[in-house]
Write a protein that binds this ligand. Structure first.
Ligand code: NPG
Length: 405
């Protein structure tokens, strides 16, 4: 686990972040090649049901044991066996990315994640997400700084009460040509739809996730009332099937693809192809990633279907010091890493410092039969370290579960 202070607090409709706690996953091949992945879950399940300690738990208890049944651990095969575990996409994505990174680095001719995924661009356009602020002058100053720095697209976080005025003021000050979009993180209910309809007059690129993640129907209805502004979905779609449902229902014309939310880069690519078949535009969403996740997101954004500018900003937008070589922006563009794998690795001193605070969890890889894994899973379920079970005899708990069932 690493903790990075944010340069300024980042406020969304669901929380204010002062620092980023990131769970880093490292896999080591028998030859000693390391691969890295970052788990984008937050400490609390406020963005989605994922949260950090649950991700760490599911990786240890369930995902690693599933890998132990495989003869040849590859990211593609891991992605397939991980479907046995329902949900927990951010845990799956972190482990799968670490495996993929190691796999690409240890190939007979090492290849970058961008090349492996099929990237067609060497640079991508930088976009920035601007949090909810205490005042309009503060917001205008922040937006002005980002535009001067060269950001090619501005996303404003909104919530009921912080929507029309900030959008109108940004338009008034910076003009109608600034590529501008808004993101509500599901903060509105259908009763507040009129406010969202008023946003239609401001030439926005999109309104992202205005309603709750499980409220596709309100998105459909809002779409019918908006003359020009497309709706984009984020939290509502975590799998190709959910994307298909949303698209067929006409709940969205745009999808924000976050590799963590959809369970990894392989699924992210698959969803981007599905969207292209249905004429749905896509872009890469950000989750305040450290340099590890940021590097991998850049590779995804370089794929041909990602035509819209993503939440891809320089490391310094969020962190004074990143844990890898920092991601930098030049003239509004960011270079896609071209080294083997994700192209970056965490600085050793950062890892040493993190290890002093909380020792890393090391999981030895033991090859097991499916039966052995089954007993392991049962043992994990009954383990004394399960907080809810502490002190309870296993048989009593078994009875409780049977009674519930
Ligand atoms: O550029 O990394 C970034 C941040 C982009 O606004 C951003 N992310 O809802 O999309 C979001 C939001 C977010 C941040 C969500 C952190 C969850 C955690």
């Amino acid at each position: 686990m690493v903790r990075l202070p944010l340069v300024t607090p980042f406020r969304t409709s669901f929380m204010t972040e002062y620092h980023r706690d990131a769970l880093l996953v490292c896999v080591r091949t028998p030859e000693g090649v390391e691969g890295w992945g970052e788990c984008v879950a937050m400490r609390e399940p406020f963005f989605s049901s994922d949260y950090l300690s649950a991700a760490a738990d599911v990786i240890q208890r369930f995902l690693v044991p599933l890998l132990e049944t495989m003869d040849d651990v590859t990211a593609e095969a891991a992605s397939a066996v991980f479907t046995a575990v329902k949900g927990h996409p951010m845990a799956k994505a972190a482990l799968e990315t670490a495996i993929l990174d190691a796999q690409l680095r240890s190939a007979s001719s090492p290849v970058s994640l961008a090349t492996y995924l099929g990237a067609t661009h060497a640079t991508v356009r930088a976009g920035v997400s601007v949090g909810i602020m205490d005042s309009i002058p503060e917001l205008l100053e922040a937006v002005s700084g980002y535009l001067e720095a060269g950001y090619q697209r501005i996303k404003l976080k909104i919530e009921p009460g912080w929507d029309l005025t900030p959008v109108a003021e940004v338009r008034k000050r910076f003009g109608g040509d600034v590529p501008l979009q808004v993101d509500a993180n599901g903060a509105y209910t259908w009763a507040q739809a009129d406010d969202l309809v008023k946003l239609d007059d401001h030439g926005l690129l999109m309104i992202e996730q205005p309603f709750a993640y499980d409220d596709l129907w309100s998105h459909v209805r809002l779409g019918r009332r908006l003359a020009t502004t497309p709706i984009c979905l984020d939290e509502s779609v975590a799998s190709p099937n959910e994307v298909l449902t949303a698209v067929e229902m006409k709940a969205a014309r745009i999808i924000n693809i976050k590799p963590g939310r959809v369970g990894g880069y392989l699924r992210a690519k698959q969803i981007s192809e599905l969207c292209a078949e249905h004429d749905v535009q896509v872009w890469v969403g950000g989750m305040l990633e450290t340099g590890i996740g940021r590097a991998a997101n850049l590779a995804l954004a370089a794929l041909p279907n990602f035509k819209l500018v993503g939440d891809l900003s320089a490391s310094e937008r969020f962190f004074k010091e990143d844990i890898t070589d920092p991601v930098v922006m030049n003239h509004g563009l960011i270079k896609v890493p071209d080294g083997p794998g994700i192209g970056v690795a965490p600085y050793k001193d950062v890892l040493d410092e993190a290890a002093e605070k909380a020792p890393p969890i090391v999981i030895p890889f033991v090859r097991r039969s499916p039966d052995q894994v089954q007993s392991l899973l049962e043992a994990a379920w009954m383990g004394p370290d399960m907080p809810a079970l502490a002190g309870e005899p296993a048989s009593a708990h078994r009875t409780a579960v049977a009674a519930l069932a």
